[in-house]
Design a protein around this ligand. Structure first.
Ligand code: NAG
Ligand code: NAG
Ligand code: NAG
Length: 350
């Protein structure tokens, strides 16, 4: 091959490389949305955002695009993450401070927005988030986000499967429209300052696996589906540390897939319904510190998977039914009863 042919070949290759990578630009709306996002973050101890340069936003740290449409589908910028090559990954802990830009709504193909444990995000969840109709996962947990949960989030984001907003400073009520989120599997709003009642529409979340509303200031009654089969996959229900009143509904017995039920530190009254005995998968039962009355009947004998049983600080009288001593996962230290233990713990305790 003549040498000028080879040089021609090299020039062509270098032109192609320049065309396909160095000058490749992502979608202008995604680019603008991300530039605005960056401009609202004042500090980023991880240095990831300082690498957001040029036009090819699909190659920026924390950004993923759909290979066919070239649209941004993921923003993954968690506070804890693995960095370095696959051979020697190192775990990095970082913080970001600033707010979430309303221009986030320009990223209309976004499916994942994960800004968990950045600690320093403040301000509100922008109302414009309701434009992100493809969003499947919204994770803003462990920041300093305040204000209300936007109505537009519950009305429009019907593809959401994961909504994690715990450990923030959210106020106001849980929107009644939350029942629209028919694909939702995980809902965590724990440790905020949410007020008002648990909306009844929550009973319509047919895909739900986990509902964590503990550590808020919720009032009113526990809302559970009134007929069987409405929460066919429910595993975790935590409503502890609120100001809930009323009784534990009999319909708790329909939630046969439940493994955790926690309503500690509320103002619940009435007796523990015997239908609780239907929850054969239950591992954690915490009803301590309410005003529940009447003895713990033998309904508890069916709960053979129990590993944690907290019933202290109620009006429940002992003794524990003797069957409890045969529960193979239940350790004495995980039994919290306020009646006199020595007299009531079944013989043969392990
Ligand atoms: C929510 O969806 C409606 C109907 O598609 C749309 O008109 C509205 O602008 C959306 N809300 C936001 C905040 O984008
Ligand atoms: C509650 O959230 C705040 C704010 O993020 C956090 O500082 C605190 O540690 C959380 N508390 C618990 C018990 O998780
Ligand atoms: C019981 O719950 C109340 C709030 O409802 C709380 O103030 C109190 O400290 C709790 N008591 C115990 C023993 O946990």
């Amino acid at each position: 091959m003549a040498s000028h042919h080879f040089i021609y070949f090299l020039v062509m290759v270098s032109l192609m490389v320049t065309n396909t990578s160095a000058h490749k630009a992502c979608h202008p709306d995604d680019l603008k949305g991300l530039i605005d996002f960056k401009s609202c973050i004042h500090t980023d101890t991880s240095g990831r955002l300082s690498k957001w340069k040029g036009q090819d936003c699909c190659n920026w740290p924390g950004i993923s695009c759909n290979s066919k449409t070239n649209r941004v589908v993921e923003i993954n910028l968690p506070g804890y993450y693995l960095d370095g090559d696959d051979e020697s990954p190192r775990s990095v802990s970082s913080t970001m401070s600033g707010t979430i830009s309303a221009s986030i709504s320009l990223l209309t193909s976004l499916e994942v927005l994960d800004l968990n444990k950045l600690v320093g995000l403040t301000g509100q969840i922008p109302h414009s988030i309701g434009a992100l109709k493809n969003l499947k996962q919204l994770t803003l947990e462990t920041n300093q986000i305040s204000g209300a949960i936007p109505e537009s989030l519950c009305t429009n984001l019907t593809s959401l499967t994961i909504l994690r907003l715990e450990n923030n400073h959210l106020t106001g009520g849980i929107p009644e429209s939350i029942g629209n989120l028919q694909a939702l599997q995980k809902l965590s709003l724990s440790n905020n300052s949410l007020t008002g009642k648990i909306p009844f529409s929550i009973t319509k979340l047919k895909s739900i696996i986990s509902i964590l509303l503990d550590q808020n200031q919720l009032v009113g009654e526990i809302q559970l589906p009134l007929v069987p089969g409405q929460w066919p996959s429910i595993q975790h229900l935590s409503l502890a540390n609120n100001r809930l009143t009323g009784v534990i509904p009999n319909s708790i017995g329909y939630l046969t897939t439940l493994t955790t039920f926690s309503v500690s530190n509320n103002q619940l009254t009435g007796s523990i319904p015997s239908s609780l005995g239907n929850l054969k998968e239950l591992q954690i039962l915490k009803v301590n510190n309410n005003s529940l009355s009447v003895e713990l009947s033998s309904c508890i004998c069916g709960l053979t998977e129990l590993s944690v049983l907290h019933i202290s600080h109620n009006k429940i009288q002992g003794p524990l039914p003797g069957c409890v001593s045969s529960f193979k996962y239940l350790l004495e230290k995980e039994v919290d009863v306020s009646f006199k233990r020595t007299a009531v713990l079944p013989t043969g305790w392990h």
